[in-house]
Design a protein around this ligand. Structure first.
Ligand code: SF4
Ligand code: SF4
Length: 173
């Protein structure tokens, strides 16, 4: 079966490896870092201006893929909500011995609660593990794109990119 965004709507491992916004294994080990999963040459560039540390470059033409300068990136997550394609995440492999933290945009309601255990899903929307909500950033600067930080077992850090939408309060236990 053909794999990749064009055929399945889901970015493939090969596409990720070629993506200039994807950090190296060495950089992942050093602490929080942006993961820019943007592989289509579309005319778009707000992420470039959003980074306060100049760690994202697109330049000219605007259809260039965003290139992450992993040395400049501090993993602050400011760029996450700037992306209209919801293609930017941060991953922190240094959070603890057993857990990593993945931060992602989440444009659904209701929002989960801090400390809540939730089902974590991969890029295909399949549940792969359970995570714990650590933080939700929902400031005006984010323009209605809350950023959720989720602690998950380390082995799922390269796969988990969102959570199952929490049910309404009556259904939640
Ligand atoms: S995580 Fe922060 S430092 Fe890294 S690219 Fe995004 S905005 Fe820049
Ligand atoms: S803002 Fe998002 S979609 Fe646009 S170039 Fe940056 S990563 Fe790609």
């Amino acid at each position: 079966m053909n794999k990749g965004l064009k055929f399945t709507g889901v970015i493939s491992e090969e596409e990720l490896k070629r993506c200039p916004g994807y950090p190296s294994e060495e950089r992942f080990k050093k602490g929080p870092v942006a993961v820019i999963e943007c592989i289509q040459e579309i005319p778009c560039n707000p992420c470039e201006a959003a980074c306060p540390f100049g760690a994202i470059e697109i330049g000219e033409p605007i259809t260039n893929l965003p290139v992450l300068d992993e040395k400049k990136c501090r993993g602050c997550g400011v760029c996450i909500s700037s992306c209209p394609g919801l293609a930017i995440f941060t991953v922190d492999m240094s959070y603890s011995k057993t857990e990593a933290v993945v931060s992602f945009p989440f444009e659904y309601l209701p929002l989960p609660k801090i400390g809540e255990k939730v089902k974590a899903v991969n890029r295909e929307g399949r549940i792969v593990t359970v995570g714990r909500i650590l933080k939700i950033k929902n400031s005006l600067k984010n323009d209605h794109t809350p950023i959720i930080s989720l602690a998950i077992p380390k082995k799922w850090a390269a796969e988990v990119r969102s959570i199952v939408i929490p049910q309404n309060k009556k259904e939640r236990k």
